[in-house]
Design a protein around this ligand. Structure first.
Ligand SMILES: [Fe+2]
Length: 258
């Protein structure tokens, strides 16, 4: 797998990533250390801060669309609240820009056809999920595919990129593990851990992987169609601002959501 590290986001690298010619794009110092520190303080007071019901060691601000797929009430809440949450988080972080607002601007400037906030059935999605993993927490190996989560996508996505900006990192662990494989939905379901979003990697699955230790303020982009995980956070907290970017072709706008 090919990892490219840059100081800035450029269309050429993005296009290589979208087309799977490189597998990871790292933009160092996307956000300054100082801004990360300031944002962490502001997030403490955000009234959208909550915990995952099934993973109390993980706190979050905002909501991922994926969390709502089996709950129509939560899904309608997601769509009704999407732009309100974006505004609330922006207001909470003012006068600083949030990493996701900065990402939207930088992508729009880099990508000739721009980037749009994603919609499903003409409803705007949310973007800008913050996740705080405390000591002992981790993310199981999994893949993220918007088309697996909705029958109503307005897009024909050829790739989905996970974008994370890291604000705080533990002393040990909290590494991103990316496996050089992308399971079909059928194989994914076959290997799924009961009652979890994650899959079991102990079966016949080939396990070539890279392990990335993020840096504070760094933006890391990789295809969420590849199996990926977060290693157990040890001695500290792992805080990242995350979104997905969808790619429908070199001549189409990108879309962004959480
Ligand atoms: Fe993921």
């Amino acid at each position: 797998m090919k990892v490219v590290t840059r100081n800035e986001l450029h269309e050429y690298d993005l296009s290589l990533l979208m087309n799977d010619e490189i597998q990871v794009l790292r933009i160092i110092n996307f956000f300054s250390d100082n801004s990360c520190q300031e944002l962490l303080k502001k997030l403490e007071n955000c009234n959208l801060l909550g915990r995952y019901k099934n993973a109390p060691l993980i706190k979050r601000i905002g909501r991922a669309f994926y969390e709502t797929i089996n709950n129509p009430k939560e899904q309608s809440d997601y769509f009704e609240s999407a732009t309100l949450w974006i505004k609330e988080i922006r207001k909470n972080c003012s006068p600083l820009i949030t990493p996701i607002d900065l990402l939207r601007l930088v992508l729009d400037e880099a990508w000739i056809h721009g980037v749009n906030l994603a919609t499903i059935n003409d409803k705007k999605m949310f973007v800008g999920l913050v996740r705080k993993f405390s000591t002992g927490s981790y993310a199981e190996a999994h893949q993220d595919h918007l088309e697996w989560d909705t029958n109503n996508s307005d897009y024909d996505l050829k790739n989905q990129i996970a974008c994370n900006v890291f604000l705080k990192l533990p002393k040990y662990g909290g590494e991103i593990i990316i496996y050089d494989q992308s399971l079909s939905k059928k194989d994914y379901e076959k290997n799924r851990i009961d009652g979890s979003y994650g899959i079991n990697l102990d079966s016949s699955i080939k396990k070539t992987a890279i392990q990335l230790r993020p840096r504070i303020g760094e933006l890391i982009l990789f295809s969420s169609h590849k199996t990926h995980a977060l290693s157990t956070v040890d001695d500290g907290e792992h805080v990242a601002w995350s979104s997905f970017v969808g790619f429908s072709g070199n001549d189409k706008p990108l879309i962004i959501w959480s």
